[in-house]
Write a protein that binds this ligand. Structure first.
Ligand code: ATP
Ligand code: FE2
Length: 325
């Protein structure tokens, strides 16, 4: 049994996995009424809830902690104070239990959990808070075919939400407001395979300040930003010749984005896959799930080497050697 810990940003989560089955997926997330994430406060949140989440995970999985054979920890990328809390907690538990640690790249965990849907060799549209990338696996690595040139789509949506007085996370609230909006023209920004959101963000804020309907802005934000992602994803499918599209990351919870992916895939004769929401947002189960795969390939750090084990806040998806496939 592998216990996985997620702590890269707003969520402290623990999942337990045995033979690819998720036994539990418990989390506690830092949210705000107004304003965005303050890294030190989010880290304090993780520190304060860690033990409680751990106990709850063991209880839900109905296991004894002695059954855990390794602890997987999201080591990269993310907010340094949050990553540090997770690493400290993982080292403490792993030392007490005398089990190894499996260091995990958070973004790759968002991708690998997609296997649970049955996708075999997909193009991945990874749309989360800090990341927006179109990725496919080729020759030992996850290669990035297209990505945002500035901010991640989730941060873009959350930033606009903050501007109009909604708290964090803004994505679900914008999705609701968009339901009764109509289209107004805003900039569509795609350069080759890459997308950009900051011009769009400024434009939306200016329109809001000039009293344009909030519902129309939310609707147009979604239609425009998601269309950019769909266009780049479709081109990646055409270029690679792959026949599957897999959605990942927190923004993938958006039902309009899912619908647009489904339509594009059916028009191209491709299959569309999307994990359940609990596995799309940050969660410990995806860390445990990838942890188990890596552990079975012998990737681990033993207790005696914990002093050399550190966080890696800036590691990129395409820097990781994927030697477990
Ligand atoms: P990263 O994986 O890049 O480090 P993260 O860990 O911050 O990012 P996730 O938990 O994967 O992010 O995703 C969080 C993001 O998902 C937030 O920006 C949030 O607004 C967005 N989100 C959640 N639900 C929805 C929704 N229904 N529509 C749009 N966005 C959503
Ligand atoms: Fe994430």
């Amino acid at each position: 049994m592998i216990l996985g810990i997620e702590s890269t940003a707003h969520t402290f989560g623990i999942g337990i996995v045995k033979e690819s089955k998720i036994l539990c997926n418990v989390k506690d997330s830092y949210t705000t009424e107004k304003g965005g994430i303050i890294p030190m406060e989010s880290a304090k949140h993780h520190h304060d809830c860690a033990e409680k989440v751990y106990e709850k995970a063991l209880a839900e999985a109905k296991i004894n902690e002695k059954d855990i054979c390794a602890i997987a920890i999201s080591q990269a990328p993310g907010l340094a104070p949050c990553l540090l809390e997770g690493m400290k907690f993982a080292k403490k538990k792993a030392t007490d239990l005398n089990v190894p640690i499996i260091p995990i790249n958070h973004c790759i965990a968002h991708l690998e959990i997609g296997r649970i849907t049955g996708a075999k060799d997909p193009v991945l549209l990874y749309a989360s808070g800090a990341n927006t990338q179109i990725i496919a696996y080729a020759a030992g690595k996850y290669r990035v075919f297209g990505e945002t040139l500035d901010i991640g789509i989730g941060n873009f949506i959350d930033n606009f939400a903050r501007h109009i007085g909604l708290g964090f996370p803004g994505g679900p609230k914008i999705m609701e407001l968009a339901k009764s909006g109509k289209y107004i023209e805003i900039p569509y920004s795609i350069k080759g395979m890459d997308v950009a959101f900051s011009g769009l963000l400024t434009n939306l804020k200016q329109k809001y300040d000039k009293k344009t309907s909030v519902n129309d802005l939310c609707y147009s934000l979604q239609e425009t930003a998601f269309a950019m992602l769909i266009e780049a994803s479709e081109r990646a499918l055409a270029h690679t010749g792959k026949k599957e599209l897999l959605l990942g990351g927190g923004v993938a919870c958006n039902t309009r984005l899912q619908e647009m992916c489904r339509i594009m895939c059916s028009e191209r004769g491709c299959n569309f896959f999307c994990p359940p929401n609990s596995l799309l947002v940050d969660n410990g189960a995806m860390i445990a799930y990838l942890g188990e795969i890596m552990f079975n390939y012998g990737i681990k750090v033993d207790v005696k080497n914990f002093k050399n084990l550190d966080i890696n806040p800036r590691e990129r998806t395409d820097m990781v050697e994927v030697n477990w496939k």
